[in-house]
Design a protein around this ligand. Structure first.
Ligand code: ADP
Ligand code: MG
Length: 352
């Protein structure tokens, strides 16, 4: 009977759209932490405190001392495709982590989200949302900056909840995200606390305001994050080619690892996992390491935003270079040069 199955095309409502989009942006608690901490960095914070409970599944709070959000903008901050960071006319020229205006509405669609904020010289205000329904903006108490709380992630999508791993695994993923961002921002202080563990600090990366030099600050931070052995075996990298700059630290071949766990690559301050860049890193050490060893390095590529597309994926860990050959060549030559300077000769003649 043909009358029963006529399909109907319907426009989805905002809350359904947000929940679908949220799947792209927020896969697990660590991705929520990443979005919130990136917002704090974009807001110019110098100190960011992250607290979570139950691996972030029931509670995530990010407190920063950044520029804050004016009370009248709070409803907009939670609205889809609303951002203060670009005006839409130049999607290729992005200097901030955020630009899509997707994180907060997505988080508000999959958890209970509350934002309290106070820009300098203004009153504090708060707004909350649950199931995509916004509360009114209310007065609040806060000295300055922004506090974002996210409770009960995926409470409305039990299918999603099931995909989360143990509290320990999720907590580990949160710690990794914070470490990566802490490498990229050595002048920002980070404190990460596990509220279920009695509020114990998991990691603390103090900002070192007396230390103005970025390389010194980075070296000190890498010592804290990757350990003294990495720091003592790390060669300073500072090179440039055709307007692309490469800075950071790369470890001597003697400090190689059995896997790629100690490879951290950033493009314009953004942590990326990119095959081309990882391949270039491998290529640089090719003559210095046997095939089962992996180099350790923390490298920052800086390129004019118009020459790299960070728009490839909402989670933004992939990038696309206009001239991939330049980035690749720069990594290979700068690292080879540093290794040669350090007196490491190629070991290809050694039989294995
Ligand atoms: P995006 O970061 O892509 O702009 P978000 O949904 O993450 O989108 O945030 C929306 C807007 O809310 C931001 O553009 C910014 O104006 C404001 N905002 C979010 N978090 C903060 C924060 N911690 N401090 C100041 N402003 C913030
Ligand atoms: Mg954002």
């Amino acid at each position: 009977n043909s009358t029963a199955t006529m399909p109907v095309i319907r426009q989805l409502d905002d809350s359904a759209i947000n929940r679908i989009a949220a799947g792209e942006v927020v896969e697990r608690p660590a991705s929520a932490v990443k979005e919130l901490v990136e917002n704090s960095i974009d807001a110019g914070a110098t100190r960011i405190e992250i607290t979570y409970a139950d691996g972030g599944k029931t509670f995530i709070r990010v407190v920063d001392d950044g520029c804050g959000i004016p009370a009248q903008d709070l409803p907009l901050a939670m609205a889809r495709h609303a951002t203060s960071k670009i005006d839409g006319s130049d999607l290729l020229n992005i200097h901030t982590f955020g630009f899509r205006g997707e994180a907060l509405p997505s988080l508000g669609a999959v958890g209970r989200l509350k934002i309290t904020s106070r820009p300098k010289g203004e009153e504090a205000a708060t707004i909350s949302t649950a199931g995509g329904v916004q509360s009114a903006v209310k007065p609040a108490a806060l000295t300055s900056g922004t506090v974002v709380e996210l409770r009960d992630l995926f409470y409305a999508t039990p299918a999603r909840l099931k995909f989360m791993r143990t509290d320990r695994a999720e907590a580990g993923a949160i710690t990794d995200v914070v470490k990566r961002l802490a490498m990229a921002e050595p002048h920002v202080g980070f404190i990460l606390r596990d509220a279920s563990g009695g509020g114990a600090e998991r990691v603390t990366f103090r900002a070192d305001p007396e230390n103005g030099d970025l390389f010194d600050a980075l070296h000190a931070r890498l010592r804290k994050i990757l350990g003294a052995e990495f720091a003592e075996n790390a060669l300073l990298i500072d090179a440039e080619r055709e307007g692309i700059s490469l800075t950071g630290y790369a470890a001597l071949p003697t400090y190689s690892r059995g896997s790629s766990v100690a490879q951290f690559l950033f493009v314009n301050g953004r942590p990326v996992r990119d095959k081309m860049l990882v391949g270039a890193l491998r290529g640089a050490y090719f003559d210095f390491l046997s095939r089962d060893r992996h180099p350790a390095a923390v490298l920052f590529l800086e390129v004019e935003p118009t020459r790299v597309d960070v728009n490839v994926h909402p989670a933004k860990s992939e990038v696309r270079f206009r001239e991939p050959g330049v980035a690749r060549g720069l990594i290979v030559s700068a690292l080879r040069h540093a290794l040669a300077q350090a007196g490491h000769r190629a070991s290809t003649t050694v039989a294995n």
